[in-house]
Design a protein around this ligand. Structure first.
Ligand SMILES: [Zn+2]
Length: 109
């Protein structure tokens, strides 16, 4: 169904809700994982605040593609297996789910 609201972390459909604050996550687990991912991202990269660096990357489709291709290669080679990569892997899984949900909505399936 188009217009269906989805979890900001895993893109699962959010349950119907009456009144109150709008839900952003499908579960406490997703709310916690999203908070952990934000916390892990709150660092600096080469002296640049991570949020500034991330925005600079995301403002460039070419660099974003490079990052995603490199990440896929690293995952395939088992170079992201340590626990320090958990937030990045969780975010990647969330990205995959978001893309699948978007494609399903666009294609009406
Ligand atoms: Zn969720």
């Amino acid at each position: 169904m188009s217009g269906e609201r989805v979890c900001e972390f895993c893109s699962s459909a959010l349950p119907e809700q009456r009144g109150g604050r709008k839900r952003r996550w499908c579960s406490d687990q997703c709310r916690w994982k999203a908070a952990r991912a934000r916390q892990k991202a709150d660092v600096s990269v080469a002296g640049i605040a991570s949020e500034v660096a991330a925005t600079a990357v995301l403002d460039s489709p070419v660099i974003t593609a490079q990052v995603l291709i490199d990440l896929a290669g690293r995952i395939a080679e088992g170079r992201c297996d340590g626990p320090e990569w958990n937030a990045a892997i969780d975010a990647t899984i969330g990205l995959h789910r978001t893309l699948v949900a978007r494609m399903r909505r666009l294609n009406g399936i």
